[in-house]
Design a protein around this ligand. Structure first.
Ligand SMILES: [Mg+2]
Length: 155
């Protein structure tokens, strides 16, 4: 598989590490999202430039976490190839990988607005699913063997 070499901005919170508990401090991190190490390694090996693009500052603790978890990358919060006249805040890249993003496909239609309205990051969807499953389990509990609801027919 030959891929075009691209610049890829990858978010940190909720993409490289688990952010289920929200922000706990600049240098407090969750578990690595499984596969993040291998995926970044493959992307980099294929010649892509990887930029960790995060609201967090590039502290030594963050760099250490990335090192400890074998995350392959080139830069954090900077693109040295950014033209000087385009320093408006957003980094130039071919794509952005983010848990809070919605991909715009060229049409501001009703479907897209609905997508915006119903958007939830995956961590929230996962928590909602867990709640639903707990509820289903409780409701299903009455059907456990030996505890079935007895229905008596009264004439
Ligand atoms: Mg995020």
């Amino acid at each position: 598989m030959s891929e075009k070499k691209r610049t890829i901005c990858i978010d940190f919170d909720g993409v490289l590490h688990d952010y289920s508990n929200g922000f706990q401090g600049n240098d407090v991190f969750g578990e690595m999202i499984p596969g993040a190490d291998t995926a970044t390694k493959v992307l980099k090996k294929n010649g892509n430039t990887i930029i960790i693009y995060t609201t967090r500052p590039a502290t030594d603790a963050l760099k250490q976490w990335l090192k400890d978890h074998d995350i392959s990358y080139d830069y954090i919060n900077e693109n040295p190839n950014q033209p000087k006249d385009s320093e408006g805040g957003k980094l130039i890249a071919d794509m952005y990988i983010d848990d809070r993003g919605i991909c715009f496909r060229g049409t501001w239609d009703e479907w897209f607005l609905r997508q915006i309205g119903e958007f939830k990051p995956w961590e929230s969807e996962k928590k909602d699913l867990e709640k639903q499953m707990q509820q289903a389990y409780k409701e299903g509990d009455i059907w456990r063997l030996g505890q079935e609801k007895r229905i008596t027919m009264k004439g």
